[in-house]
Write a protein that binds this ligand. Structure first.
Ligand code: IMP
Ligand code: MG
Length: 178
């Protein structure tokens, strides 16, 4: 792929639809954790827009934390090895941890992250993803609690998702026309 040329991006999910769905997810999470405090973890960089939007729709006392994880580089397939580039800043033991991911593809990243979070003894561990591409799943033991949209097997960009670090700032989810 020639990254010097401009790609044609088609809209898959509009900004309006994304926002509507995130509001619904926020309401569900608010209900589920009524009376509790939650610890929202943004998995950078892809989840940044989703996390901030979701956080505003969760009407509960909240702590927020950020973790930078990488698995891909410039390739478009997961290696199965995750690299924690920046760890959490707080202690999650005994807390209601909600992990916010941009997309589940092979499931490798989330599966590794789960082991990582579980080993730190949270009170509850909840997984939340904006997108799910089930056709590409390799790891099947990952149960996601909240999913925004189930999408077909296409490489998507925008709303935080990148292609070799580009297109994160698109306000919608789009796919690259070949
Ligand atoms: P997995 O480990 O294969 O489940 O991949 C998860 C990570 O791969 C996500 O957090 C994304 O960073 C990246 N990824 C997977 N599919 C896409 C895509 O279609 N567009 C952009 N990034 C993707
Ligand atoms: Mg990612």
């Amino acid at each position: 792929m020639d990254f010097t040329k401009k790609h044609k991006i088609s809209v898959m999910i509009s900004e309006e639809d994304i926002q509507k769905r995130i509001a619904e997810m926020g309401a569900e999470i608010t209900k589920r954790f009524e009376g509790e405090t939650v610890y929202l973890v943004c998995i950078l960089k892809g989840s940044v827009f989703f996390t901030t939007e979701l956080a505003k729709k969760i009407e509960l006392p909240m702590e927020m934390d950020f973790m930078t994880v990488s698995s891909y580089g410039a390739a478009t397939a997961s290696s199965g090895v995750i690299n924690i580039k920046q760890d959490l800043t707080g202690d999650i033991e005994g807390k209601n941890v909600i992990v916010v991911e941009d997309i589940i593809d092979s499931g490798n990243t989330l599966s590794r992250l789960l082991q990582y979070f579980q080993s730190r003894n949270p009170k509850t561990l909840t997984l939340c993803t904006l997108l799910d591409k089930p056709d590409r799943r390799v790891v099947h033991d990952v149960v996601v609690d909240y999913t925004g949209f189930v999408i077909p097997d296409k490489f998507v960009v925008g709303y935080g998702l990148d292609w070799d670090q580009r297109y994160r700032n698109l306000p919608y989810i789009g796919f690259v026309e070949e």
